[in-house]
Design a protein around this ligand. Structure first.
Ligand code: GLC
Length: 574
């Protein structure tokens, strides 16, 4: 590769570099351009009230522990009133806390405690659908056809002689049809309603201004309580193409042969952007630089960046990065295209390796080639990941990620190096995906298992009574936080060190220039400021310059001047 013009003005130790992304100018050092946001899945974080389900007081109690990770914010998955058919992503009341998790007062305490530790609290907003137990949907069910109450949702007559077939062929993201037929008060079959997810999650009708008003009220309710912003669930789905035409592509709208994702009638419709522009204005009226982050599974990347134009949201998850395979060429390509695409709209790129919807990266990177399973979970019948290899690679991938400029998302438990629980007996499964596909997809429970805090306590210290809503694997003992806190070589110690350095070296606001010399050896190598970050994804050691070592992903990653496979190192360029 040739050196592109305008090489960055930084010490390069005579490395030949290819610049891709410049450091943020001083005026653009807003916190969310380089933020580290830690995702909390409340039901699995810490249970202080003893029912086997994590709660808000459990999170508040551990804020000082989280502060040790040097994070900017926590994002809480839903804790609102909900029948919990989709672990709280089925909301029955957006403006109250489910008694499972505590009270609004507990929430206020959490925000205040977090603030004292310099941590913002971001909440999850679920605007595409609610729970079928929501008062608005219950009212819609009993209201006549074509009434204002029904118009809050997407009700249609069925097709076929007696309306016995769904209005179109859309499939639910969780499997099965995306329509469910209602029963009229007199017991006769009625209209159908749309649900892109479970049948207990009816989609709102965003063509109706009353839906806009309702969500603006909800936004202000939480902004007034001091939240730092919102992670917006399925932020690409709110508007559906008029006429609801048939669509033969994947239920998640991702591109497949013959069905480009940008033509999916339920995703990425143009009108959606006006919604986010109006929300942005609401947030901008508040102090404190509050943020919107989109969960939008839109491809390709340069279309996804429409969600973060300067009058829309601040961040959007980078799922292309989350799904990168263990392949240096692919990883470099995704990093380059991400930075280029987000730079074009002046938004920060974000990076993420795990969340509550995917197999944790320790287990993904431990899967043998040819034994990867598409979908969202691994079960006892699957070929089991190699835990040791997966952990080594996951540590390497995280250390590489933390050297990248932009925002980072971490998922609770990854700082402990947790794998997925791939052996959960099926009778414990709660994810609707498992039940709606008759077990063909095992679902996401494996990444949602309650955290281990204390190695030799019942439920590994998760619950004050030793209960746990999902079984925890025996491996949790060696991964418990108390053990890792005492071990300087633990994954927890590594996260603490790398996150601290990331902030001290201002890497999040930094630059990226590739160092292509090591490409042919299976390495991914770049320079950010005066840090050289190299991950060895190949099978042979990679020779590196004799620079000072700042951080290495595993003890002994460097054998003299050679970086061993499946490891990452940061070096200071003299
Ligand atoms: C998002 C959430 C996922 C949930 C779905 C439906 O993708 O991350 O957990 O099941 O939306 O709300």
């Amino acid at each position: 590769m040739d050196i592109a013009p305008g090489a960055p003005s930084m010490p390069t130790g005579n490395l030949r570099l290819v610049p891709v992304h410049d450091a943020s100018p001083d005026r653009e050092q807003q916190w969310w351009r380089s933020s580290v946001i830690y995702q909390i899945y409340p039901r699995s974080f810490r249970d202080l009230r003893g029912d086997g389900i994590g709660d808000l007081p459990g999170i508040t109690a551990e804020i000082p522990t989280l502060a040790e990770l040097d994070i900017d914010a926590i994002w809480l998955s839903p804790f609102y009133v909900s029948p919990q058919k989709d672990a709280g992503y089925d909301v029955a009341d957006y403006c109250d806390v489910d008694p499972l998790f505590g009270t609004l007062e507990d929430f206020d305490n959490l925000v205040a405690t977090a603030k004292n530790h310099g941590i913002r609290v971001i909440v999850d907003l679920v605007p595409n659908h609610c729970s079928d137990q929501h008062a608005l949907f219950q009212a819609a069910l009993t209201a006549p056809e074509n009434s204002p109450a029904r118009d809050m949702f997407i009700f249609r007559d069925g097709t076929g002689e007696n309306g016995e077939n769904p209005p179109n062929n859309w499939q639910s993201h969780f499997g099965g049809p995306a329509w469910t037929r209602t029963t009229n008060p007199d017991g006769t079959p009625g209209q159908w309603y749309l649900h892109l997810f479970d049948s207990s999650q009816p989609d709102f009708n965003w063509d109706n201004p009353a839906v806009h008003d309702e969500f603006e009220r909800i936004l202000r309710f939480w902004l007034d309580r001091g939240v730092g912003g919102f992670r917006v669930d399925v932020a690409h789905a709110l508007i559906k193409k008029s006429g609801l035409p048939d669509w033969g592509g994947r239920a998640d709208g991702a591109s497949t042969e013959g069905f480009p994702g940008d033509q999916a009638p339920m995703f990425g419709q143009a009108g959606i952007h006006d919604i986010y522009r109006s929300w942005r204005k609401i947030l901008d009226d508040y102090d404190g630089d509050r943020v919107l982050c989109a969960e939008a599974t839109i491809d390709p990347l340069d279309r996804l960046t429409d969600w973060v134009r300067n009058d829309e949201m601040h961040q959007t998850f980078n799922f292309a990065y989350l799904h990168h395979p263990w392949n240096p060429h692919e990883l470099r390509r995704i990093i380059t295209t991400s930075l280029e695409a987000f730079d074009k709209v002046g938004a920060p790129t974000t990076w993420v390796l795990s969340n509550h919807d995917v197999v944790r990266h320790v287990s993904r990177f431990g899967q043998a080639e040819g034994h990867t399973r598409p979908g969202d979970g691994l079960g006892p019948e699957d070929f089991q990941p190699d835990h040791e290899l997966g952990l080594r690679r996951a540590r390497a991938a995280t250390v590489l990620m933390l050297a990248l400029p932009g925002g980072v998302y971490l998922y609770q438990g990854e700082e402990l190096g947790l794998p997925d629980h791939t052996m959960i007996p099926h009778e414990f499964r709660q994810d609707p995906t498992f039940h709606r596909t008759d077990g063909v997809r095992v679902g996401r429970d494996g990444s949602r298992v309650p955290l281990p805090w204390v190695a030799d306590a019942p439920s590994y210290g998760f619950s004050s009574t030793g209960k746990s809503w999902l079984p925890q694997p025996g491996l949790w003992g060696t991964h418990s936080r108390d053990i890792q806190q005492r071990n300087p070589d633990s994954t927890l110690s590594l996260y603490r060190k790398a996150l601290k350095l990331r902030r001290e070296l201002n890497l999040g606001h930094g630059s990226l220039a590739w160092w292509p010399e090591k490409d042919s050896e299976g390495a991914v190598a770049f320079v950010n400021g005066n840090v050289l970050a190299v991950m060895n994804m190949g099978t042979e050691p990679v020779e590196l310059p004799e620079f000072e070592i700042l951080c290495q992903s595993s003890p002994g990653a460097m054998a003299h001047t050679r970086l061993r496979p499946n490891r990452t190192v940061w070096m200071r360029i003299p």
